[in-house]
Structures are given as C-alpha cells and as structure tokens.
Design a protein. Structure first.
Length: 251
C-alpha cells in the first residue's frame, strides 16, 4: 500500500518525482471506533455441547442458513416458540420475506401474485441502444426489464421520489390502479402511471380509494453503457415486494 501511495504521489507531483511521496508529508491514521479485523471462527462457542438436543439445534441452525429446513428442524425450533396463537401467525402473513437468491425471490413473488387471483399485466421497459434490453437490473440503474403487476399487489419503490414525505427507496405500498393516456393502446403502449397507496403515507395525493391516499408513480429513465454502447432504459422505479434478497434489504 505504501508503494502505491508513493507511486501515485510522484505521478501527481512530477516536479518532485525524484522524492519519496512526491515530497509530501504523509500522515496515516486509523479509525479508533472501527471493529477489529475479521477472523475465522473455527470453534463453536455459542452452541456448545455434544448431547442429542444440542446437535439437533446446531443442525437446525445450519439448515436455516442454507434454506434446507426439514420437518424435524421445524418441530425442534417450534418448541422454542413461546406462543403459536393462530392470530399471531396470521399477523405475519404479509410480512416482507428475505431470501438469499434472486431465483427464490422471483418464485415467491410469483406465487403470491398467483394467490391474489387477479389479472396480471406485465409492464415492459422501453429501451434505446443496441442490446440495451439485455442489461441487468443493476446495469440499468436499478430498473427492471419487466414488472408483473396486478391490483392489490405489493410493491416497493426503488428510488427516492419525495424524500420530505417519506416516499423513498424501500417504501412499501399496494397497487390500487394502472392507468393509460386517453389515446393509448393498452396492449402496445406502457401505462402512464401506477397509482399506489403507500403504507403510512398521508396526503397530499392524487385522490383516494376507500380512504387511501393515492400516489402516481411515473416511469423513470436511466442512461448507461452496455459494453461500449450508450443505452437507456425507461421503466417504473418499483419492484414486487413480497420477497427481496438479503442484499436488497441492506440497500
């Protein structure tokens, strides 16, 4: 690292390139509040014991980590639950789930959309540039190529649209309507706006449905390079929100 700093300093100050660090005084400090360096823990301390119950508990924890929970694991973990009242379980029916892979997220979101038993409209993005449609969501500024939507489905904002009112990246809401311009062909043209009721959001709003404040979400455009080609994608800055990846939750 010191060699790299020395090299860059000499390049920035060529008049003193014959001197260490380009003739600069270098002061290196550390963050006293930073966590110590990460080390590999190869001895289990928190779940010690070699008896049958301890071994089964460790196996259940490993299964949770790998998403390979068996009925036996579930039964063991259920013994640690203080209350399994049906009403309490039902309270988590619409809770946002986190998965380790995008495939698991896509499958769960698909299942929940299916369970709504409502017509699904797939909103396709508009693209400019050769092979722009091949760019991933991350490469295209967090805009998806296609978003399946239906009435009453859950969505999440993926950009800040009104910070002062709490309409920010990660805000959760429910789709109340999908609207097109008066002269649009809904089979070919993208919607003009998605009307969403966001959790905990209060007026101002476009209107209301059943006492819910509605916020219109319109399409956003992202410019990016796909390879060496300048491209763009225009799409609604939302995603299905019955499940997301662990990394997505951190973001």
């Amino acid at each position: 690292m010191l060699s790299w700093l020395d090299q860059r300093s000499r390049e920035i100050f060529p008049a003193k390139s014959d001197m260490l660090f380009g003739g600069l005084n270098i002061v290196m400090t550390g963050d006293f509040f930073q966590l110590p360096p990460t080390i590999e823990l190869n001895v289990i301390r928190r779940q010690e014991g070699q008896d049958e119950e301890a071994s089964a508990f460790r196996k259940a924890l490993d299964s949770l980590r790998d998403d390979t929970v068996s009925v036996d694991d579930w039964q063991l973990l259920s013994t640690r639950v203080q209350s399994v009242v049906p009403s309490e379980i039902l309270a988590f029916a619409d809770a946002l789930r986190t998965y380790s892979t995008k495939q698991q997220v896509a499958e769960f979101n698909h299942d929940r959309l299916r369970d709504l038993r409502r017509p699904v409209f797939v909103v396709h993005a508009s693209h400019e540039g050769i092979q722009a449609s091949n760019a991933t969501t991350e490469e295209a500024g967090n805009l998806q190529t296609a978003i399946p939507l239906s009435m009453d489905c859950r969505i999440m904002l993926t950009e800040n649209i009104w910070t002062e009112r709490g309409l920010v990246n990660g805000s959760l809401g429910t789709v109340e309507d999908i609207i097109w311009k008066a002269d649009a062909n809904w089979r070919k043209d993208p919607p003009f706006a998605i009307l969403v009721h966001f959790d905990g959001y209060e007026r101002p709003s476009l209107g209301d449905a059943g006492g819910h404040s509605l916020v219109p979400i319109i399409r956003s455009r992202r410019d990016f390079y796909y390879g060496a080609v300048s491209c763009s994608r225009t799409q609604f800055p939302i995603t299905n929100a019955y499940a997301i990846t662990v990394i997505g939750r951190k973001e």
